[in-house]
Design a protein around this ligand. Structure first.
Ligand code: NAI
Ligand code: MG
Length: 351
């Protein structure tokens, strides 16, 4: 079979790591009997500087017919981050109801966890981040600019539909894993939205008596993720909390260069979008040394989503083989290899 995939490499290292993910996915297709038909879109900060928009007005319509979207990263110095985020990433997530941001992390061989010495299977968890509402809202504003009483207001929106469906997704996922869900809250300090989140969590939890559920304040949860990550499996959080926790989870399991993510529309009504957790890394952009593993693993998540589960598993195994051979490692993993060398090593390790 053939899948139509939209590729949006974006800015900085997004371009380099997306090229390697494509190489690996194409190889997986050759070996597993399917073809990926790529269409590349040059939507980026460069595009913004030239045209005044991150993507064309009909960008969403252009993406709609695809079976999947592979996104590099957007953001570059000279363009404010809220412009790149709200001009491309957030509109895509919302237009296609990609309400689940799935961010699995796992300690892989050859990587440098800040928790070195742990068993690999102790460090495997998935952050389920709400992806369409919450703290990422356009409601609010700036007032009394330049005056002594200057202030800014930012509203959060938590709908019953939005909160319930992300929490339910986490419980369903836990049933396929260790049967454990931890909810990130802050209902002691945030007194409207978070108690509501907790209430919905308790209601949904009651429908899953076979799943162990608990809630922890986000601050304590952050500490726990560093000190006892082995006691976490599925962690569900709002848009902001889930974002922060996923970078932290990535850091404890080998760094941002290793962490993939999927912006998923669970009914499959619209295309889902896969990307690394990391951004465009301007500090190392253009040097050819970014770790492509996160983006390659994001590609494996896309294969799973397309139903090519054997090929997805083969890509993950190839990543482990390439890393455990110890011959190729990018600088973030303590080595001297380039992005291309690591990508090529993964591609040739696929069976
Ligand atoms: P970042 O994730 O780009 O970089 C943070 C640090 O991790 C940097 O030191 C970087 O060199 C390192 N790093 C990240 N990925 C790496 C990789 N694959 N290999 C080796 N090292 C890696 O986050 P930062 O610096 O906060 O953001 C940079 C730009 O990216 C900003 O414009 C931001 O808005 C954007 N961004 C875009 C995202 C997206 O498109 N989904 C997500 C996060 C940030
Ligand atoms: Mg983030």
């Amino acid at each position: 079979s053939t899948y139509r995939i939209a590729s949006i490499p974006g800015d900085g290292i997004g371009v380099d790591v997306t090229a390697e993910a494509r190489r690996v996915l194409d190889r997986a297709g050759e070996l597993h009997g399917f073809r990926l038909e790529w269409t590349e879109f040059d939507w980026s900060c460069e595009c913004y500087l030239a045209t005044g928009s991150m993507m064309p007005d009909d960008g969403i319509e252009q993406l709609r017919p695809f079976d999947g979207i592979l996104l590099g990263a957007v953001g570059f110095p000279g363009v404010p981050d809220h412009v790149s985020l709200w001009g491309l990433l957030i509109p895509i997530r919302r237009a296609f109801a990609q309400y689940v941001n799935l961010r699995p992390v796992r300690l892989l061989p050859g990587t440098r966890s800040v928790l070195a010495g742990r068993e690999a299977d102790e460090l495997e968890m998935v952050i389920v981040r709400e992806n369409t509402e919450g703290e990422y809202s356009q409601i609010g504003g700036r007032h009394n600019s330049g005056q002594p009483g200057e202030f800014a207001v930012q509203q959060s929106i938590f709908t019953r539909t939005g909160v319930e469906r992300i929490i339910r997704f986490a419980f369903e996922l836990a049933r396929t894993r260790t049967g454990r869900v931890t909810s990130a809250t802050k209902s002691n300090g945030i007194i409207h939205t978070m108690p509501f989140w907790d209430e919905v969590f308790a209601e949904v939890a009651a429908e899953y008596p076979d799943v162990h559920s608990e809630q922890t304040h986000i601050d304590a949860l952050a500490a726990r993720m560093v000190q006892h990550p082995d006691r976490l499996d599925v962690v569900v959080g709002s848009n902001l909390f889930g974002d922060i926790l996923s970078d932290l989870a990535a850091a404890v399991t080998g760094g941002l260069g290793m962490a993939p993510s999927g912006n998923v529309n669970p009914p499959g009504e619209f295309p889902s979008m896969f990307e690394a957790v990391h951004g465009s890394a301007p500090d190392i952009a253009g040097q050819g040394i970014a770790n492509p593993v996160a983006q390659i693993l994001a590609g494996a998540m896309m294969l799973d989503h397309l139903g090519e589960t054997a090929a997805a598993a083969a890509v993950r195994t190839a990543v482990e083989r390439a890393l455990s051979a110890g011959e190729v490692a990018t600088p973030d993993l303590g080595g001297k290899s380039t992005t291309t060398e690591l990508g090529a090593a993964v591609a040739s390790a696929i069976t």
